[in-house]
Design a binder for this molecule. Structure first.
Ligand code: HAM
Length: 432
């Protein structure tokens, strides 16, 4: 036998049982985005590598070592699979002059690619839902985004997701802080791990984010960026927090929170759960006022965030949210046997779908008994049964599968109403 082909490491299939949860997540996300007036935008999965180098920053992990980059063999272009969506979204907005019409509230969803070491919650192909507000100076939009996230956790029935926020101030403030930080780090160079030592020169702020315990310990008294903020940055940060307090969204200020992409300024944040092990950040974002200009657009402020879909879906599974509602059971499993019945079954199925019922049409023949077993396993509420008898009288029978009830036969015209009565009768009565 030939050896079977396997998926690329860190790139997952999402099988039907799991996909039900994804669909529920996606449904909730769409309603939520509509509730805040965000509009969908779709960008290519492949972009010029220069976009990410410029946008995300040359000295970030993503650009240094995690991008799937290649040279197009046909024309020599340097291309990369997108490792995130913000740079692409901003590129698209600039290219198509979207900001000409005023500020834009946008969202996108889809796979992103990073060549990281795969583990639970960290994959090489993963999915994000990204939300970007372009052209808003804030801090009201920063606050809107945080309230949005809090509402989504609620909509999904998730709790225990803690908000950490920080302010990265302005470029000038960061440069002043950087000077102090670099001399602090140089004095303690020997206590730092090799990666942190290297970063002193390239990206000292990222050293603060180190996960190495010895390095963390050496950083206890490191100069805090928050102490270097001027009045304007402070006021911005305070205004964001005021809305959080007004809306009773709990948060903690984490002065070490710096994010892994270089485009941020002012507000940055992450939503973190302890329920998923080491990869507990389910959402990250913040303000990125420098990015639009950096990618070649007319300077304009912006902010946004991205949800990690795998992690949120895992959290839904972990908390066993609405497991019942998650399982998309069909209303009807249609069993049929006999030459005329097999043809008439299509008519029955299509008429039922006309009336909004979901119908799984049995395929592949077999005895009524075998088909009824399939009907039962499908989770459908009702088996609709068509034999040659029914076909010759233009009728169909049905039998409830999840509760007691006799088999009944109805003319096809009366079937949808009879089924609705069976499936929603009590609910409909209760609604009245
Ligand atoms: P990020 O923090 O790199 O930000 O990613 C956002 C979220 O994507 C993370 O919090 C995490 O849940 C998920 N994620 C990241 N990498 C992986 C991975 N390898 N496997 C599974 N999930 C992952 C950004 O990408 C920014 N573009 C967010 C943003 C939008 N900032 C402003 N606007």
């Amino acid at each position: 036998m030939t050896q079977s082909v396997q998926a690329v490491r860190g790139m997952n299939d999402i099988l039907p049982d799991e996909a039900q949860r994804w669909l529920r997540f996606e449904d909730a996300v769409r309603d939520w985005l509509r509730a805040y007036g965000y509009r969908n935008i779709r960008m290519p999965l492949v972009e010029p590598t220069a976009l990410f180098k410029r946008g995300i920053g040359e000295a970030t992990d993503i650009v240094e070592k995690e991008m799937y980059s290649f040279v197009d063999a046909l024309n020599g272009e340097h291309l990369s699979l997108r490792p995130e969506g913000t740079a692409s979204c901003v590129r698209a907005a600039i290219q198509h002059n979207l900001l000409y019409a005023g500020p834009q509230r946008l969202w996108y969803a889809g796979p992103m690619f990073r060549h990281e070491r795969p583990q639970k919650g960290r994959y090489r192909q993963f999915h994000q839902v990204g939300v970007e507000a372009l052209g808003f100076p804030g801090p009201d939009v920063d606050a809107e985004h945080l309230l949005m996230c809090a509402r989504l956790w609620d909509d999904l029935g998730l709790d225990g997701i803690a908000l950490q926020i920080n302010s990265l101030g302005s470029l000038e403030e960061r440069l002043r802080h950087r000077e102090a930080l670099v001399s602090f780090l140089q004095e303690r160079r020997d206590a730092l791990d090799a990666d942190a030592q290297r970063r002193i020169a390239t990206n000292p702020l990222r050293v603060l984010d180190s996960k190495v315990p010895a390095t963390q310990a050496a950083l206890a008294d490191a100069p805090k960026l928050l102490d270097y903020l001027g009045d304007t940055s402070r006021a911005h940060f305070e205004a964001v927090q005021q809305v959080l307090r007004d809306e009773a969204v709990p948060y903690t200020i984490n002065p070490r929170l710096v994010r892994g992409l270089d485009y941020y300024n002012l507000t940055v944040y992450e939503w973190v759960t302890e329920r998923l092990g080491a990869q507990g950040t389910v959402c990250g974002g913040g303000r990125y006022d420098p990015l639009i200009e950096l990618i070649g657009g007319k300077p304009a402020p912006a902010c946004g965030f991205a949800l990690g879909v795998e992690r949120l879906v895992a959290l839904m599974a972990e908390t066993e949210v609405n497991v019942e509602a998650l399982e998309e059971r069909p209303d009807v499993y249609l069993v049929h046997q006999g030459e005329r019945a097999d043809r008439f079954a299509f008519t029955v199925a299509e008429r039922l779908r006309d009336h909004g019922f979901s119908v799984v049409h049995h395929a592949g023949g077999g005895s009524f008994k075998a088909q009824m077993r399939r009907a039962d396993a499908s989770g459908a509420s009702v088996a609709v049964i068509v034999g040659d008898d029914e076909a010759s009288t233009h009728s169909a029978s049905f039998k409830p599968l999840r509760e007691a009830g006799d088999q009944q036969r109805h003319p096809l015209e009366a079937l949808p109403a009879a089924l609705a009565d069976l499936l929603y009768g009590e609910a409909a009565a209760a609604d009245e």
